[in-house]
Design a protein around this ligand. Sequence first.
Ligand SMILES: [Zn+2]
Length: 314
Amino acid sequence: MNLLQITKKFPTQKACIEHLEQLRWKGTPVCTFCESEKVSKLKNESRYHCNKCNRSFSVLVGTIFEETRMPLQNWFYSIGLMLNAKKGISAKQLQRDLGLSYKTAWYTLMRIRCALSDNVQFLRGVVQMDEVYVGGKPRKGNIRSKGNVITTLDKKNKRGRGTDKVKIVGIAERGKHGKVVAEVMERLTTKNLMALLKKHVSKNDSIVVTDGFKAYKQLEESFNHVTINHSKQFSKDGMDLNQIENFWSILKRGISGQYHYISKQYLPFYLAEFTYRYNNRQNKEVFEDTIKVSVKKPKCVENYKGGNRKVKNC
Ligand SMILES: [Zn+2]
């Protein structure tokens, strides 16, 4: 849905609230604290009073919109803008588009990412597994004299494997509607890669395609495994790594073009955003579906406000 359509469908705060109430309660309001149906509507407000636990609540309690002072139309616009921006939208851009403060724009986008984070996918068929490294361009090493010998600090010049950059591992299902999963991985070991595969890929009816990196070698013990040696060829028996590389290129361009820099602690939230958008690239109802998941989400703001910044329990 584009912004004009969102404006037409949700012209007022009341229209947004009614839509969320319909999605969440389907016409019968339920107390958000004790789940009692014995509730009364408060006059002139979008709030209800629970006759059982004596508390008042609105449809926003327990969702990503909880305690917001921003009009819901702005939330809906933000969701629309984020979903329509293939390579993401920065808080600065949202600030300009909607006239928000930077802080509000940043929190809005992070909360929406929370809603998108429950993107558990199960893949089958031909799946491509690969990893990517993010964390700035490699810098030229300093030339430092070591006794009489001048050495270059080669480590700083390296790209990809063997560097201190953040590692992201992804699995993509081949095909027009193929889904993708991506996770930050501390160490690229066979055990970790296998755990990711087992979590997301159907073992019996899948073929896993990887490059020749040694940590992938033992995958063939549990999965049908095809290795493509990139120093010799880029496809083998019609199989390649193009789909996952396509996703990496969207992600990398998004990070470098829109966000410029993402700290490691927030990276899982951005991955949730990019994978969600990619997985819904053919979904014409993506805006409506996102509003649906956003009211069903338990409160997850603590995950990026406090110490536990994992996206898992979002
Ligand atoms: Zn109650």
